[in-house]
Design a binder for this molecule. Structure first.
Ligand code: FAD
Length: 513
């Protein structure tokens, strides 16, 4: 069996949904695949704080300046210009007017909240579950669209490229190009190709390669690994942003949004001392990398596994109304944030780098695009400004959706491919679990918040060995989502480590002691 479409989109977070809807509204046939069982998936669903819009007395230059400062000299200015030029208008036209996302209002206007390193209040939100509100408003439109075929519960294994998959040896002399992907139906384990004139990667981030992460279980770095194997260029993979505040003691690290600090929350150590003044003049609202490393340092100096976020001085009813999801979650751990300090630790949160793309979302491989967190547009440089990622996913999703709608004859060649060959060995869950632990602990301890040359080289040796073991395992195994994700996780971890070793300058989220 095979399928064919004009546009194949892998991933149904905000970036994938917007790309799919834009292309479909332009009359293109789209197949949208997603490896979870609901369309509202990925980090998008979990986004809390909000999305950048426009503040009072705000302008494009102010926003651009804030992004460039946070990015620590590594942003690509044309990309930042595109974001500030198009982004806020797209929030209005698409999210507010077209999809009627219910952003909070205050005195008849959109409520504007503050987050770290923003010079003005310019972030709109839906309580503290903005991503859920956006996903649930946008996904039904895609679901009903006559030009979109949705395949939930399907996992992309590898991109199809002319140089890797064509049976015609002469194709090697053509320019490298992508013409779809191998997809597995998670329920039946059947693998089949989807041939596409253009393919858009929208697979989100890689947080799951770290032991502590805010990301959902699907963020296993699949898109970076698939792009790398296909020969597309990766950029800035070592710039991993760590969120300063996730709940300590929970099995899965639950994020405490930056807006809690934006609204007046303070950080204290185990001796009840407010410590951020030692590290930065903006205190709790310093750029994320600085707050996260300050917490890390404070934990080391005080010999404590966490610090505390304290909001007890704020109005109690207001807290409960403004942060209902966080309040509810904390209650499930018997923590009442209106009366108790919240124990917090940093966790891997966002990949600032990724598959290098142009202003139109094109990768270095013909007919392959990347949007959202998996892409490196250059907007974030070495450190992302809070609440820019949803805006970037929206902007590049829209731009790429329009770009692939301009399909030309060059995008139409589909070579004959070799038959898919699966392994026969049953999956060994113990091996998979142990390999993941190895990846996650190695990344956390050696390529985490504070890196050293020795730690990074140790990680490189571990991943060199582990990636060949896992590749061997993958070749022999019966296909499953678990083995696909493990293979991608180790490839992505190895890539992050190699980028980290190559860059000897301390910048933004890359910090070598
Ligand atoms: C807890 C949390 C809070 C956040 N808060 C904010 C915030 O307030 N503001 C902000 O701007 N940003 C925030 N972010 C970051 C932001 O949510 C993400 O960067 C953004 O949503 C990424 O969108 P995306 O569409 O690129 O990817 P995602 O939303 O992660 O979607 C990825 C999609 O790809 C699918 N997928 C992955 N691999 C495969 C595969 N092999 N085959 C098929 N499908 C696949 C997944 O199932 C999913 O559908 C937050 C992130 C987290 C985790």
């Amino acid at each position: 069996m095979f399928k064919q479409t004009e546009v194949l989109i892998i991933g149904s977070g905000l970036a994938g949904l917007i790309a799919a809807i834009t292309a479909a509204d332009n009359g293109r046939n789209v197949i949208l695949i997603n490896k979870t069982d609901t369309l509202t998936s990925g980090s998008t669903y979990w986004a809390q704080g909000g999305i950048i819009f426009r503040g009072n007395e705000d302008d494009k230059n102010k926003l651009m300046e804030d992004i460039l400062v946070a990015g620590d000299g590594a942003c690509w200015q044309p990309a930042v210009e595109q974001l500030v030029d198009l982004g806020p208008d797209l929030v209005k036209d698409i999210l507010i007017d077209k999809f009627n996302v219910k952003f909070d209002q205050s005195q008849g206007h959109l409520d504007l909240t503050e987050e770290g390193a923003h010079s003005v209040r310019r972030i709109i939100h839906s309580k503290d579950h903005t991503g859920k509100a956006i996903s649930e408003a946008v996904a039904p439109y895609a679901q009903k669209h006559k030009n979109i075929t949705i395949l939930n519960n399907h996992t992309a294994i590898d991109l199809l490229t002319i140089s890797h998959h064509s049976t015609n040896p002469l194709d090697l002399y053509d320019k490298p190009a992508c013409f779809g992907a191998y997809i597995m139906n998670n329920s039946t384990s059947e693998v089949f190709p989807i041939f596409a004139n253009n393919t858009i990667l929208a697979t989100g981030g890689l947080g799951q390669i770290y032991i502590n992460t805010t990301n959902p279980s699907e963020s296993t770095g699949d898109g970076y690994a698939m792009a790398y194997r296909a020969g597309a260029r990766l950029l800035n993979m070592h710039y991993i942003q760590f969120h300063p505040t996730t709940v300590y003691g929970a099995n899965e690290r639950f994020l405490i949004s930056e807006s809690v600090r934006g609204e007046g929350g303070i950080l204290v150590n185990k001796y009840k001392q407010r410590f951020m003044s030692k590290y930065h003049s903006s205190m709790e609202l310093a750029p994320r990398d600085i707050v996260a490393r300050s917490i890390y340092n404070e934990m080391l100096e005080t010999g404590s596994p966490n610090v505390y976020l304290d909001v007890r001085h704020l109005d109690k009813d207001w807290i409960v109304n403004r942060f209902p999801s966080i309040n509810k979650y904390l209650h499930s751990f018997d923590i009442d944030m209106t009366h108790e300090k919240i124990p917090v630790v940093p966790a891997a949160h966002y990949s600032c780098g990724g598959v290098g793309v142009s202003l139109r979302g094109r990768t270095s491989l013909q007919r392959l695009y990347a949007v959202g967190e998996v892409a490196c547009t250059g907007v974030h440089g070495a450190n992302r400004l809070a609440s820019t990622s949803l805006l970037e996913a929206l902007t590049w999703g829209w731009v790429a959706g329009n770009t692939v709608s301009e399909i030309t004859k060059e995008d139409e060649y589909f070579p004959k491919i070799f038959d898919w060959e699966d392994g026969t060995e049953e999956m060994d869950n113990a091996l998979i679990a142990q390999d993941w632990l190895n990846i996650k602990n190695t990344m956390w301890n050696y390529v985490g918040l504070v890196r050293t040359k020795a730690r990074m080289h140790r990680a490189q040796t571990i991943f060199r060995h582990l990636s060949s073991e896992v590749e061997d395992f993958y070749r022999k195994a019966k296909m499953s989502k678990e083995i696909i994700q493990l293979r991608n996780g180790v490839t992505t971890a190895y890539a992050v480590t190699n980028f980290a070793i190559e860059d000897r300058t301390n910048r933004g989220s890359h910090f070598i002691k």
